[in-house]
Design a binder for this molecule. Structure first.
Ligand SMILES: [Zn+2]
Length: 317
């Protein structure tokens, strides 16, 4: 039976339910934890996060995948407590959002060290928390081209994915040729990779969706809800209809099996105010109604939110 690592233990993939595959409990840039301007006591973090997860659960949400990198505020004990309190399965990651968010200790590490570290967090656990990572996060640094460090992290992630059977999520799907070459060299099939942020404002037009899909990669439309229509939209926002139409065009071209959706929301931002008016629950309050209005039937919606993530997240032996 296929299984998935959650922060409270491995569960059968069939029990994940509706999955938000790219989200954050609390995300901030490395070092923000040292800026007392933004310190929050634990009660504030709970007060910001628990209602969102409870609402997620009430809407029928089953699993929240936290892809906050090692240096961006990942806090596994906090996730375990939240999961136990709300009943939402939480999957934690190992890895980094990008080379440019890996702190010097990791930035100077070899591929071998990084791969060993990822494998340890997946198979033994993350520190002494008792939680095992269920996915590996990698990403392209700011600037839009993969740096030497990005490539070391991608290679280490590929080795850990091959060895453990856990999948990889990427931050950004731009400049994917070096990534695809590394995954090929390490023997990782591309259906184990979700190329993320393929839908956002600045990057959607420079992401080669069809090129990735033709090679078997999975595509993440994972920033749903970051719309230019928001009162104070972030730089990665995109007009709501434009994103939806783009997504529908990929569905119409027969790519349903390779598509995943999420909101990339930040329940309790670290070191910044976050984006007002956007939560993981956009998936239920806006995306699903938008898909239905566009004539997408419920079987397709179930494939997108239940079956595809279960297949992707299952530890492959
Ligand atoms: Zn994210």
């Amino acid at each position: 039976m296929s299984r998935v690592n959650t922060v409270l233990g491995a569960i059968p993939a069939a029990e994940l339910g509706v999955v938000a595959v790219h989200e954050h409990i609390g995300y901030g840039m490395p070092g923000s934890e040292l800026d007392s301007t933004w310190w929050k006591i634990p009660e504030e973090r709970y007060a910001e996060t628990v209602p969102k997860l409870r609402e997620f659960h009430e809407h029928g949400g089953g699993t929240f995948v936290d892809v906050t990198g090692i240096c961006n505020g990942r806090d596994v004990d906090h996730y375990r407590s939240l999961s136990a309190k709300t009943g939402v399965h939480i999957v934690a990651c190992t890895g980094f959002v990008g080379g440019d968010t890996a702190l010097p200790h990791f930035a100077r590490a070899t591929v071998e060290y990084l791969a060993r570290h990822f494998v340890h967090e997946i198979t033994v656990g993350i520190g002494g928390t008792g939680a095992r990572a269920g996915v590996i996060k990698v990403g392209v640094s700011r600037g839009g081209r993969m740096t030497a460090l990005d490539r070391r992290i991608y290679r280490a992630a590929a080795r850990a994915a091959v060895q453990t059977g856990v999948p990889i999520l990427t931050h950004l799907a731009i400049d994917p040729e070096p990534a695809v070459a590394i995954f090929g060299e390490e023997g990782l099939p591309l259906d184990r990779v979700l190329f993320g942020h393929a839908d956002d404002g600045p990057n959607s037009s420079i992401t080669p969706h069809e090129w990735l899909l033709a090679r078997g990669g999975r595509i993440g439309f994972d920033t749903f809800g970051y719309e230019t229509e928001l009162p104070d939209p972030p730089f990665w926002a995109r007009p709501r209809k434009e994103r939806l139409d783009h997504f529908l065009s990929l569905l119409e071209r027969g790519h349903l099996g390779q598509l995943l959706v999420s909101a990339d929301a930040n329940c309790s931002p670290l070191g910044w105010p976050g984006v007002k008016g956007h939560t993981v629950n956009y998936l239920f309050t806006d995306l699903i109604p938008d898909l239905r209005d566009a004539g997408v039937d419920d079987a397709v919606i179930t494939t997108l939110l239940v079956d595809n993530p279960a297949d992707f997240l299952s530890i492959r032996s």
